[in-house]
Design a binder for this molecule. Structure first.
Ligand code: UDP
Length: 309
């Protein structure tokens, strides 16, 4: 198996590189490194089943030889990143997805799109199931990511229906674990770094907005199962264990043992008020559900942040 992973030097992309190499694939990792980090794949350099190509997938993608799968993971993915890189975010979701699908067609390769719970926007249906069309503000500050991913899904379905490409779409809910960037601005890295540095933990708004956090190894397992499945419609993957961001901050304060308290800051525009994946579909078609509890996952992640920090 020869597999291209776009965004392969990112947090999730690099874990997918590891998993597919472990499954015997030859992995071509492509990344322009604007949010990805070579440290995430440093351990793979020298592996005979791995090569890295530095390339921006919004430009024509050239890959020599055959390809069995393309996993399209390239995109800024944290709110701070896509606020800083709005045009690149829109381009990689639209032009980048088009290029990656064109390559899948040319190579007769299977295609998997890393989509997102952001497709549901600030959801009016809770928990979110795959049939819900979402509540997205297209011109808001998060719209650059949400709409790019919604376009990417539409483009993927069009290639599936019109060109008969074997495609999969995973809607990824909040995922955490080793290799998250310390400064990516998301709740978990921010809270952990603040707590470890002895700073106040910054909770946005009243902290009553909810999220559901999935440990990375569970997500990777679900994506691998989806890749091997026959399902072409979107599948949610995430951990349904939902909690408020305030409780999440308190948990991190507790496990890090910091003496500092919480500082409340302004809630960013269009911040979803609730989020919890409905994973009935993944359970039934992939026989998948998360195994790592939040407490267990946070312990593993804290170890990584302590080493990196
Ligand atoms: N958040 C927070 N403090 C921070 C960073 C994030 O309270 O320093 C909140 C953010 O407003 C959101 C939640 O934590 O309600 C999760 O944010 P994150 O950036 O991790 O990802 P999102 O789920 O919003 O894409």
């Amino acid at each position: 198996m020869r597999t291209l992973i776009t965004g392969g030097a990112g947090f999730l992309g690099s874990h997918m590189c590891d998993r597919l190499i472990a499954e015997g694939h030859f992995v071509i990792c492509m990344d322009n490194l604007i949010t990805g980090n070579p440290d995430n794949i440093a351990h793979l350099f020298g592996n005979e089943n791995f090569i890295f190509i530095k390339h921006d997938v919004t430009e024509y993608i050239y890959v020599e030889g055959s390809l069995d799968y393309i996993l399209h993971f390239a995109s800024p993915a944290s709110p701070i990143d896509y606020l800083k890189l709005p045009i690149q975010t829109l381009k990689v979701g639209s032009l980048g997805t088009h290029k990656a699908l064109g390559l899948a067609k040319a190579k007769s390769a299977g295609f998997l799109l890393a989509s997102t719970s952001e497709c549901y926007g600030d959801p009016l249906v809770h928990p979110q199931h795959e049939d819900y069309w979402g509540n997205v503000n297209p011109i808001g500050i998060r719209g650059v990511y949400d709409e790019a991913k919604r376009f990417a899904e539409a483009m993927t379905m069009a290639y599936h229906r019109y060109h008969g490409i074997d495609t999969k779409i995973v809607r990824i809910f909040n995922t955490y674990g080793p290799r998250m960037r310390l400064d990516d601005g998301r709740a978990l890295p921010t809270f952990m770094c603040q707590a470890l540095r002895g700073e106040e933990v910054t909770v946005f708004g009243d902290g009553l907005q909810t999220r559901s956090f999935c440990y990375v190894s569970d997500l990777v397992e679900g994506i691998y199962r989806l890749l091997l499945s026959n399902e072409s419609l979107p599948v949610n993957l995430g951990n349904p264990d939902e909690l408020t961001i305030l409780d999440f901050a308190k948990k991190i304060i507790e496990i890090t043992g910091t003496k500092k308290k919480i500082a409340f800051k302004t809630l960013p525009e269009d911040d979803p008020k609730v989020r919890q994946p409905d994973i009935k579909k993944a359970k039934s078609i992939l026989q998948w559900e998360p195994e790592i509890s939040l407490d267990e996952g946070l312990k593993l992640t804290l170890k990584y942040f302590k080493e990196k920090g």
